[in-house]
Design a binder for this molecule. Structure first.
Ligand code: PMV
Length: 276
């Protein structure tokens, strides 16, 4: 990206199954996608003032008085369930602290992720780091081989709530049976289970009206779709993972309705240093 800079890229992610339940120790299936965030860092060069998550991250990563100049480019929509904050935190730590051990880097990323999301399960930071497709449970993960190599993601609008607020909403209900069923879906995942997974997420109360309306229209033509992150109630619910046996039919509906969508490939590489 820039000569003389350390450049790092990190992928976004989708949760194919298990969001919310993963916070309670049930498994989740996640995949890294081919939309990346890229950061180029020049140490010692006077920086502009950063705000929000970047400001907090720098306060955790840099020593007092240390200055850096950052150039950040991202193809990930912010706050839509595609792991933009995990990609940002991971890329920043990898770019600014290349000599730290992976464990030490992970600890820093977790502090930044927890600042953004409240207590998180850790699935986002693991998939962004490792890449590929993973089954994640209680901090442990293993690669999974799935036939699905691509996904269609439909934008139901940016949620008004943060991930932390959505996780708190679920915690207040303590819906043990629903969480357990979501966990069972993640254990034996295939695209055909998206419909049931969505129905359970609606019972959890994480899917807003706007997203439900889109999903019902997809179901009318024989397809299915689900929220693929924390969701949202007051406005949008983030990106929806959509599936149809006949992808042409799904794309036709998307175009007819003028829905914004992304076609992403799954199982992409995790965080990596890029050549300048
Ligand atoms: O931040 P999002 O939208 O990618 O959602 C993360 C998944 C949750 O299960 C809702 C939270 C977590 O920490 O696992």
């Amino acid at each position: 990206m820039e000569k003389g800079a350390v450049t790092v890229s990190a992928p976004g992610k989708v949760i194919l199954a298990g969001e919310h339940a993963v916070v309670y120790g049930y498994p989740a299936i996640a995949a890294a996608i081919d939309r990346r965030l890229i950061i180029a860092v020049r140490q010692g060069k006077k920086s502009k003032r950063y705000t929000g998550l970047v400001e907090f991250a720098l306060s955790q990563i840099l020593k007092p008085g240390e200055v850096v100049d950052l150039k950040i480019k991202s193809k990930l929509p912010i706050g839509s369930g595609l792991g933009s904050s995990a990609a940002l935190a991971t890329a920043l730590v990898w770019a600014l602290k290349p000599s730290l051990s992976v464990q030490a880097k992970n600890r820093l990323v977790k502090i930044i992720e927890d600042y953004q999301h409240g207590q998180s399960s850790g699935v986002d930071q693991v998939i962004v780091r490792q890449g590929g497709m993973l089954k994640f449970q209680r901090g442990k993960f293993k690669p999974v081989k799935l036939k699905v190599k691509q996904a269609i993601l439909i934008d139901s609008g940016r949620p008004k709530e943060t991930t932390g607020e959505m996780v708190k909403n679920v915690a207040e209900k303590k819906p043990v049976t629903i969480l357990k069923k979501i966990g069972q879906i993640a254990d034996n995942w295939s695209p055909g289970l998206i419909k049931e997974n969505e129905w359970l997420l609606e019972q959890l109360g994480v899917v807003g009206q706007k997203a439900q309306k889109i999903i019902r229209q997809i179901e009318v033509i024989g397809g299915m779709a689900k929220v693929c992150g924390a969701g949202g109630i007051k406005a949008g619910s983030g990106m929806l993972l959509a599936h149809h046996q006949d992808q042409g039919k799904l794309l036709k509906l998307i175009k007819q309705k003028h829905w914004r969508y992304l076609k992403v490939s799954l199982g992409e590489p995790g965080v990596r240093y890029e050549k300048n």
